[in-house]
Design a protein around this ligand. Structure first.
Ligand code: DC
Length: 221
């Protein structure tokens, strides 16, 4: 029997960082489900698909071979054999991924893959619909959140640090608000706290404190 831990929450709440550290601590596999939506989006942009054409996106996701590896605590994602992990956080992907993630056929295909991966090993998976749809029977569910201001600040710092993109804080905040809106109001599997998820508000907490809280809950049970 395998153990699964679902971590959901809005963009910039710190769920990926926490999920990654938790997986390392517990020696579980980590799956960043957002990276899969980003991979489809990147491929669609690179191959000049029409992002508003659901039929084209359906074909793309069906043809795309996504391979995911997690070794020595490092998560990598390959599209048709090419390592695209470092390309997934570009402005173009950031700005289009929520739109692609609304498409039912894209979601269905990726959810299938996510469940398959989870069925084979102990896993920490983060995303928007892990506790509600992908793994409704997960052993532990957490919903990590923080204020918009805090999430925008974290994102802004990340962007400056990782790719030095010339960007305005106001635009980052606007983009977060826009993504929250699309992610939580879309028709299929919107971002929502699972009824049985534990809410962790991370605004005034350090990463270490959030991790400790989550670990305490897991270890207590
Ligand atoms: O976690 P992230 O920012 O990398 O996610 C990118 C986008 O993918 C996000 O805007 C919503 C979508 N997503 C989703 O719809 N369902 C998931 N399980 C994970 C991500």
């Amino acid at each position: 029997m395998t153990i699964s831990i679902a971590i959901d929450g809005p963009a910039g709440a710190g769920k990926s960082t926490i999920a990654r550290l938790l997986a390392k601590e517990l020696n579980f596999t980590y799956l960043d489900s957002g990276a899969m939506y980003r991979a489809v989006t990147l491929k669609a942009i690179e191959d000049e698909f029409d992002l508003n054409d659901n039929t084209e996106l359906t074909q793309l996701v069906k043809d795309l071979e996504l391979d995911i590896t997690y070794q020595n605590n490092v998560f990598r994602i390959y599209a048709d054999g090419r390592d695209i992990t470092d390309k997934l956080r570009s402005a173009a992907v950031d700005n289009n991924v929520s739109r692609v993630a609304q498409v039912k056929s894209v979601r269905d295909e990726l959810v299938k893959k996510q469940r398959e991966i989870a069925s084979k090993q102990n896993i920490v998976m983060d995303g928007r619909d892990i506790g509600t749809r992908v793994l409704p029977d997960a052993d532990f569910k957490f919903y990590i959140t923080a204020t918009v201001q805090e999430r925008a600040q974290r994102r802004y710092k990340d962007i400056l640090k990782s790719n030095g993109r010339d960007i305005d804080f106001k635009d980052v905040k606007k983009e977060i608000i826009q993504r929250d809106k699309i992610d939580s109001t879309r028709k299929y599997s919107p971002l929502k706290k699972a009824e049985d998820a534990v809410v962790v508000k991370s605004t005034d907490l350090t990463i270490k404190e959030v991790l400790k809280k989550v670990l305490n809950i897991i270890e207590r049970s």
